[in-house]
Write a protein that binds this ligand. Structure first.
Ligand code: TYM
Length: 338
């Protein structure tokens, strides 16, 4: 069997299940933007079908999908360079997901830490969709034959499962049809932590708004949250090793490095020895200078929801030129009569 050549193609997605956070921006979107100018076709997605694995009010879902699209564009995703879609407008995602539900094993899904975290002790009452979530995610990626997937650290296990599903499909049907996708988990901010607790991930679902920076926060809110962020009493170290056992200090330095596109080593060379009383205003100023223009642009775009809908409709049409032939071929491989 000859090796198929896969076009270098990036796919990634974000759930429209609430506002965007600094974690989404630094862990994912910033990399989405830079990959547009590398040698890739890029496809970015609002995963509305994933969002409804937990209850979403319909009006909120529609609002959050458009706001997420605005966030992507305001951050620098260009609808000219990238295909920008919401998942439900490209039906091949869900169609391939069904095939993958029949490839993935119950045991694989049961080991997913994100499922265990979200379901907690309540496994009898969560939706079946929440359990099947990673098979839909594999379908999102593989319906494009995507070769690279930029994500934050928390999605690593789901990407390993995506590779397992591709390998099992290829093995079971004796083909070399789906690529074994490479995760792209890079930079200083692959895991941005809560501003209130350095052991917890920054998350849109944390009940405390002070724990996160929202991409819609204004300059005052951003500065206030950074000023109040939990820290320890020591000065900043000059070497990376000095951040060991100091999760809150590490988090703020990582955020600074990622926002300023510097390495952590370089940041510590500049700020090592400073007290938080000096460092926090610097970080707040940097964060406001990088984030405030994005939230302003998001607000401008949100005033024209029809324009956003047009961009998503165009994206869906472009996407289906890629996904329809791949689904057709998958059905043929599986033996579906057409
Ligand atoms: P979601 O919506 O939870 O998060 C979107 C992206 O943001 C990253 N991220 C973070 N990165 C660093 N620090 C944080 N605190 C932080 N919080 C979130 C996530 O790692 C992710 O890259 N299952 C996915 C959505 C998805 C997807 C896909 C991703 C569906 N299909 C296909 C890639 C490819 C999710 O829930 O991401």
């Amino acid at each position: 069997m000859s090796e198929p050549k896969f076009t270098p193609r990036v796919f990634s997605g974000i759930q429209p299940s609430g506002g965007l956070t600094l974690g989404n921006y630094l862990g994912a979107i910033k990399r989405f933007v830079s990959m547009q100018d590398e040698n890739f076709e890029t496809v970015y997605c609002m995963v509305d079908l994933h969002a409804i694995t937990v209850w979403q009010d319909p009006e909120d879902l529609a609002h959050n999908t458009r706001e997420l699209a605005a966030g992507f564009i305001a951050s620098g995703i260009s609808p000219e360079k990238s295909i920008l879609i919401n998942q439900s407008q490209v039906p091949e995602h869900a169609q391939l997901a069904w095939i993958f539900n029949c490839v993935a094993r119950m045991g694989w899904m049961g080991r997913m830490t994100q499922f265990k975290d979200k379901a907690g002790k309540n496994t009898e009452n969560v939706s079946l969709g929440l359990f099947a979530y990673p098979a839909l995610m594999a379908a999102d990626i593989l319906i494009y034959h995507a070769t690279h997937v930029p994500v934050g650290e928390d999605q690593k296990q789901h990407l390993e499962l995506t590779r397992d599903i591709a390998a099992k499909f290829n093995h079971d049907y004796g083909v070399d049809f789906f690529p074994i996708t490479e995760p792209v988990i890079e930079g200083a901010a692959t895991r941005v932590m809560s501003l209130r607790d350095g052991s917890k991930k920054m998350s849109k679902s944390d009940p405390s708004d002070a724990s996160r920076i929202n991409m819609t926060d204004d300059a005052d809110a951003i500065a206030k949250k950074i000023r109040k962020a939990k820290t320890d009493p020591d000065a900043l170290p000059s070497e990376v090793e000095g951040l060991n056992e100091r999760p809150e200090a590490r988090n703020l330095v990582n955020i600074y490095a990622a926002l300023n596109e510097q390495s952590v080593e370089d940041v510590l060379r500049e700020v090592g020895g400073q007290q938080f009383g000096t460092f926090k205003p610097l970080l707040a100023e940097l964060a406001v200078s990088k984030l405030a223009p994005i939230s302003t642009e998001m607000a401008r775009l949100m005033a024209q929801p029809d324009e956003i809908d047009k961009i998503l409709a165009k994206g869906a049409a472009q996407a289906r030129e890629i996904t329809a032939p791949i689904l057709k071929k998958t059905y043929e491989i599986v033996g579906m009569v057409s």
